[in-house]
Design a protein around this ligand. Structure first.
Ligand code: SRM
Ligand code: SF4
Length: 563
């Protein structure tokens, strides 16, 4: 079977170099990069994009597209220092479009970076003791974990393991430093001890969680570690989950979202060793002939848990214990004020779609910059695209509140639960894969759902609403109580039936729903939920209990009337 072109590009890249240096140099001709550079730049944390809003008009006028770069910064567990935040804030102003974008994996993205600014942008990230290396590409990406900056043994350990995995699993090639940081070329060819010459067949994601906090949606990851603790809170081991992933393609049933399987139970100190073995499993068994079938989730779906545990046991040279059943997960509310356990506090702020920008009266970016400068707060990016401002001294709480209020930054109580828990992917105008709007229609979609909930007196209910501009699933829409997934311009597929804790996939109930009919489409099912729910039953739980057919039937008369 023939390997894909990406495999050849990786193999011939001389350790992720390829033609990148020549093609991003200031005197290189402007316009799209070669396929080799485009592909390899992902491993360095950047995508070449063009402004999709202006592309057609410019083409008609005989002009080239407006090319720019998206740059993604890794932040294991989303942890940043005030100094790092200030450096990223300056980067947004000097080199990018003036905004920072908190991602659904606790990273930070910049958009609109022009080619001549790419190198200095990546160098600026490095100067802040952060990196863009392996933020994208066929390698282990940013490692996510519970964001709560609690200073107890559980949270300290989760964060320590996330940081350790993140550093240990970085590619070893010197190419990044050579190309972007002007370091001397290394004389010997790069050898990737873990990844090998063609790296992984596809992206690889790791998450760590505790049953009491599954904010990172650990089961959506290729590899998950769920901390096991005894009654006294001591760490007894980790439950290893393998084979999660969201991406699918509309009308291609061979592609599908999948939640990870519980595969093994390991000791407290085996996380890195087991992670390396699972990376090798993906490296050696992922399908390199078809990138739509290359993720570890397809290996797991086709080979099964027993096979995976046997392979891993053989690799590690000792038998791995079977996993106990998955625990019940909780999703605590991290927004608002919380005591950290060390006398200091964090303030969780909801950031709609993770976009940090000064817009009109709401000067969010300035407020966060000032909070870093004057109060030294250390931000934590969450997998909900929100921010937790941590390490606030008790005596500074009032000052932080006053600072935020003076910049008109809304506090969490200004948002309904459905708004606070909404995720929306970037989509247009930068994302080359989007089929419909995402972030930019977050508010109108939210307004519609809020109106329906308000009508039923259910605005206080905690519902996860997740929106993406295409089926790749960057906001994990298939785990939401409600998922809204772009199909074509202005049209969406609506899913229901996930659970709030991220342990169940939802199912589609309506196809090709126009943007302005999403609330109306959901209305009959929301009515049914309001009338027939068990006490305290969540919307996704209710939808699953009555079943996909009943959900679709509830919608049918209304959809027919609308057509
Ligand atoms: Fe994603 C591709 C944005 C989290 C599944 N994702 C993309 C690209 C790079 C588009 C592209 O390939 O050209 C998007 C860049 C848009 C832009 O203009 O910025 C993009 N993904 C994002 C972010 C920024 C969404 C957000 O709004 O927050 C998230 C960045 C996370 C980070 O910091 O690393 C982001 N992407 C995810 C997640 C969620 C997660 O990991 O928890 C998923 C689903 C989980 C998974 O991996 O299956 C996800 N992104 C994808 C896929 C589908 C992969 C698949 O197996 O089919 C693609 C397309 C691809 O890889 O070919 C993709
Ligand atoms: Fe782009 Fe699709 Fe990801 Fe949204 S889900 S950012 S449209 S790739």
């Amino acid at each position: 079977m023939k390997a894909t072109g990406t495999e050849t590009i990786k193999a011939e890249s001389a350790g992720l170099r390829g033609p990148i240096a020549a093609e991003i140099s200031a005197d290189a001709p402007k316009g799209g990069l070669s396929e080799a550079s485009y592909t390899l730049l992902k491993f360095h944390g950047t995508y070449e994009q063009f402004d999709r809003d202006t592309a057609t008009e410019r083409k008609q006028a005989g002009e080239d597209k407006e090319w720019s770069f998206m740059v993604r910064v890794r932040a294991p567990g989303g942890r940043l220092t005030a100094a790092q935040w200030l450096a990223l804030d300056a980067l947004a102003e000097t080199y990018a479009d003036g905004s920072l974008r908190l991602t659904s994996r606790q990273g930070v993205q910049f958009h609109g970076i022009l080619r001549e600014k790419l190198k200095p942008s990546i160098a600026a990230v490095d100067s802040a003791l952060l990196t863009t290396l392996a933020a994208c590409g066929d390698v282990v990406r940013n490692v996510v974990t519970t964001p709560a900056p609690r200073r107890d043994a559980i949270h300290i350990r989760l964060q320590a393991e996330a940081s350790r995995l993140s550093s240990a699993l970085l590619p070893k090639s010197g190419a990044h430093h050579e190309i972007f940081l002007d370091e001397e070329p290394v004389s010997t060819p790069d050898v990737e001890p873990l990844y090998g010459p063609t790296y992984l067949p596809r992206k690889f994601k790791i998450g760590l969680a505790h049953p009491a906090d599954n904010t990172p949606d650990v089961l959506a990851n290729d590899l998950g570690f769920i901390m096991q603790t005894d009654a006294a809170g001591a760490i007894t081991g980790w439950l290893v989950t393998i084979g999660g992933g969201m991406g699918m393609t509309h009308n291609k049933p061979a592609t599908y979202p999948r939640l990870a399987d519980a595969v093994a139970l390991i000791g407290p100190d085996e996380v890195l060793e087991v992670a390396e073995a699972v990376v090798r499993l993906s490296r050696d068994h992922g399908d390199r002939t078809d990138r739509k079938h290359a993720r570890l989730k397809y290996v797991m779906a086709e080979r099964g848990v027993e096979w995976a545990r046997e392979r891993l046991s053989a690799d590690l040279g000792r038998p791995l214990l079977p996993a106990p059943p998955l625990p019940r997960f909780e999703i605590p509310d991290h927004l608002g004020w919380h005591e950290q356990g060390d006398g200091r506090w964090w303030l969780g702020l909801h950031i709609p779609a993770g976009r940090i920008v000064d817009r009109g009266e709401v000067r969010l970016r300035t407020a966060l910059r000032e909070a870093g400068k004057t109060l030294g707060v250390n931000p934590v990016a969450t997998s909900q695209q929100d921010v937790l401002l941590s390490d606030v001294q008790a005596e500074d709480r009032a000052a932080l509140e006053a600072l935020l209020r003076s910049h008109n930054v809304p506090f969490p109580d200004a948002f309904t639960p459905v708004a606070r828990n909404m995720l929306a992917c970037v989509a247009l105008p930068t994302c080359g894969q989007s089929l419909a709007e995402g972030e930019r229609v977050r508010q109108p979609i939210l307004d519609q759902v809020e109106a329906e909930l308000g009508r039923l007196g259910l605005l206080g209910e905690r519902i996860s609403l997740r929106l993406t501009g295409c089926p790749n699933g960057c906001a994990r829409p298939y785990q939401g109580d409600i998922g809204v997934v772009g199909k074509s311009p202005g049209m969406y597929v609506v899913f229901v039936g996930g659970d709030f804790a991220g342990t169940r996939l939802n199912f589609p109930i309506a196809d090709k729903v126009p943007l302005d009919r999403i609330g109306a489409t959901l209305a009959p099912l929301l009515n049914l939920w309001a009338a027939q729910r068990d006490p305290g039953e969540g919307f996704g739980d209710f939808s699953t209990r009555i079943g996909a057919d009943a959900c679709r039937n509830a919608l049918l008369p209304h959809r027919q009337a609308a057509e």
